[in-house]
Design a protein around this ligand. Structure first.
Ligand SMILES: [Zn+2]
Length: 430
């Protein structure tokens, strides 16, 4: 057998050293040594080879708009939403598309090859929906893009949002979104969630709601989301994004809530960069972290991924499309410091996020789509520690980004020193 591409000698996340043979857009062989010929070869010896990074929560219609028309002075979610409201009427189809495509180039350079983006459906023109549907088609050869119809200003609170959200789904948007905690009342939030889940059930779609993104311990829409998922038979197709109120909830209530979420098969998508930045802004001290209870959810058997949410937009003034930054922040805020937990944080931004998005074709196995990333790290924990450089990115069998290995020798105050952060060998831990 001959191959189009062989990725040679890389270390897989489980520690196996293997060659990966690619034919067309599929992985055709994973073996200790492949001797067969190939049109091209990527030398990955000494490097970690992983399935690509996946971001299950993003806002591509707002990305790279930082400073337009002004910056978020209070740093709160609510000012971000009103700032986005000022920017929306100024948006053009071309500008949204241009910024989205620029972001997708960043994503590819970071080995981020699947993204779920929410797209605001409150603008009657649905211009961002049209623009991102075009982007989705254009980037399909290298990025899997899922779109969520997202009534940012509230399904009932914003005029026409309900009709526009349905129109967006008719236009081909993949997933039903919502924001129950931003409706006028708790009761409206609950009602919006029921209706959105019913729409998803009727159309056979997935659901991903911005859910309880607040510090209010009484914001309990996640309970209703678990209930509707169960009632409508949507198990495995529903995600609750953020869930930050859980941080502040009564402990007894949470002990009842977590099994309900697990039983309904609802996935959780916390967004550590943005949650640590936006939440707790009304607190003095002690100041709440405002991220949901990740280790506790994992222990209860709930599927949890890490999302990025924002890069350079009304809500977040930093960001680089690097899911290792997301995992790094998540690991710290959730205090997931054991070797198993650190390792899990890497899995969350690769494998688990792909599962949440239903992307069965991704993975390092024969027959899967040949999308992978070669990292300048020896193992997943090191990749998180270093936010390791991406040396080569392969999308659907083609090399789409490459970077030469860096010479790490440098001189300190005239004294030559070899600084290679990878050569810190940690003690053996189980
Ligand atoms: Zn969001």
């Amino acid at each position: 057998m001959s191959f189009d591409l062989i990725v040679k000698g890389g270390t897989l996340p489980d520690g196996t050293v293997a060659d990966i043979g690619i034919k067309g857009d599929k992985i055709a062989a994973i073996e200790a040594r492949i001797e067969a010929a190939a049109k091209s070869v990527v030398d990955a010896s000494g490097n970690l080879v992983s399935q690509p990074f996946v971001d299950p929560h993003f806002h591509m219609d707002a990305t790279l708009s930082y400073g337009l028309p002004r910056i978020n002075a209070s740093g709160t979610l609510l000012e971000g939403i009103s700032l986005w409201g000022e920017l929306k009427p100024l948006l053009t189809h071309e500008a949204v598309k241009e910024r989205a495509l620029a972001y997708c180039d960043w994503a590819v350079s970071m080995g981020l090859l699947a993204i779920r983006t929410h797209v605001d459906t409150c603008d009657d023109r649905l211009l961002a929906v049209e623009a991102l549907l075009e982007v989705k088609k254009e980037i399909a050869p290298y990025i899997d893009l899922q779109l969520v119809a997202f009534p940012q200003d509230g399904l009932y609170r914003s005029p026409n949002a309900r009709e526009n959200t349905i129109r967006a789904l008719d236009m081909g948007v993949d997933i039903v979104g919502g924001i129950p905690h931003f409706e006028r009342t708790m009761a409206d939030g609950t009602r919006s969630m029921t209706e959105l889940c019913e729409i998803a059930a009727e159309r056979g779609l997935m659901v991903d709601l911005h859910c309880d993104e607040t510090d209010d311990p009484l914001s309990r829409h996640i309970e209703q989301l678990a209930y509707e998922t169960q009632r409508l038979g949507l198990q495995g197709r529903v995600a609750g994004s953020h869930l930050t109120s859980m941080h502040s909830m009564d402990n007894y209530y949470v002990s009842k809530l977590l099994p309900l979420i697990a039983e309904a098969g609802v996935s959780a998508i916390p967004n550590p960069l943005i949650n640590i930045m936006l939440q707790g802004r009304h607190d003095t001290y002690p100041k709440r972290r405002g991220m949901t209870r990740v280790p506790e959810m994992l222990k209860a058997g709930i599927r949890v991924g890490w999302g990025q949410d924002c890069v350079l937009d009304p809500w977040y003034s930093l960001g680089t499309a690097d899911m290792l930054d997301v995992a790094f922040m998540g690991l710290h805020v959730a205090q997931m410091s054991s070797p198993a937990d650190m390792r899990r944080c890497f899995d969350m931004v690769t494998k688990v996020n792909a599962e949440i998005m239903g992307l069965d074709h991704l993975g390092l196995a024969v027959g899967k789509v040949a999308s992978l990333v070669v990292l300048d790290a020896g193992n997943p924990i090191e990749a998180v520690r270093l936010r390791a450089e991406r040396l080569c990115v392969v999308a659907r069998g083609k090399v789409v980004a490459e970077r030469p290995k860096r010479d790490t020798a440098l001189s300190i105050k005239g004294r030559p020193a070899s600084i290679n952060r990878r050569h810190v060998v940690p003690p053996q831990v189980n």
